[in-house]
Design a protein around this ligand. Structure first.
Ligand code: NAP
Length: 264
């Protein structure tokens, strides 16, 4: 089978997660691009791979855009002439709609919203695309090796971005606040962090069931017990509204970014 050329543009958080998740996939040839010289030098030292500052000419394969939304306009204005129409564009860029990419290049586009777990081949990868088949086998051969893939309508992408793309941050922030509470109540920070980290590590084994989240909560609490006392306090402090507002704000920001990118 012919290997697929995968071009990763930008080796920051997400580009590195793609690199780590894909580097052992024998069906792919990886090509790496990063403007930042320090990151290029770090890659050369750590991974013994060649990186280039800019893409030259891309005739085929896949281009994964791991750059920030604010760099997209510049990138396409400078480099769209170097991208052949056969190149499949894969975009994880928050808020960047397929229609906006097609204003710059008329290529096939797959829009995805992964999270950083793809680096451990354990991600969840919502996608939407503007073509019918699995062009180049990219979904089956590359994306599926990074985690579970699932098609969504593009209309749901702002919410998907808020829940799944930003998702780890909600749990990290909750964990940070649990740790802070424990230190305020007398535990030292190292002990508190270890306790919370061990708790997070245990969760996958506990939620891998058919139970809903409400049922899982019920399994932990008992009448008039410690968990119920804490949950009552969360309810009194409108925990549901706090979380709803956060997800709504993140969703709205994604919609705003789409409008900004579309008007550039
Ligand atoms: N991080 C996540 O968990 C996550 C999840 C889902 C989606 N995303 C999306 O993924 C994209 C990247 O996010 P990130 O967190 O990885 O950003 P990041 O850490 O800032 O990485 C982007 C890298 O790309 C470099 N770069 C910018 N323009 C370039 C160009 N034209 N050619 C080569 N390299 C270029 C940047 O260099 P400079 O810093 O020098 O500009 C930077 O090192 C964003 O659009 C974001 O919406 C991220």
């Amino acid at each position: 089978m012919k290997k697929i050329d995968i071009n990763i543009l930008g080796l920051g958080n997400l580009g590195t997660a793609f690199f780590e998740g894909l580097q052992k996939n024998k069906n792919l040839n990886l090509h790496l691009y990063e403007e930042n010289e320090k990151i290029r030098n770090d890659y050369a030292e750590l991974h013994d791979v060649v990186t280039s500052p800019h893409i030259d000419t891309l005739d085929s394969g896949v281009l994964i855009l791991c750059i920030k939304p604010q760099n997209i306009n510049n990138f396409f204005e400078s480099f769209s002439k170097n991208i052949n129409k056969d190149v499949l564009i894969c975009s994880p860029v928050a808020g960047l709609e397929i229609e906006t990419i097609n204003k710059y290049v008329k290529n096939r586009v797959i829009r995805i919203m992964p999270n950083l777990l793809i680096s451990k081949n354990n991600g969840f990868i919502p996608f939407v695309k503007n073509y019918d088949d699995d062009h180049l086998g990219f979904i089956e051969i590359a994306l599926s090796s990074l985690g579970l893939t699932r098609e969504f309508t593009e209309q749901l992408f702002p919410l998907v971005t808020a829940l799944s793309g930003s998702g780890p941050a909600w749990y990290y922030e909750l964990s940070r606040q649990l740790t802070n509470s424990a230190t305020q109540l007398g535990m030292n920070e190292d002990e508190a962090e270890e306790l919370v980290k061990e708790l997070i590590k245990a969760l996958p084994n506990l939620i891998n069931t058919e139970d809903s989240f409400a049922e899982l909560v019920n399994k932990v609490k008992s009448p008039k017990g410690t968990t119920e006392a804490g949950l009552d306090s969360l309810n009194d402090a409108s925990f549901d509204t706090i979380i709803f507002n956060a997800i709504q704000q993140a969703t709205n920001r994604s919609i705003e970014i789409s409008a900004e990118l579309n008007n550039e």
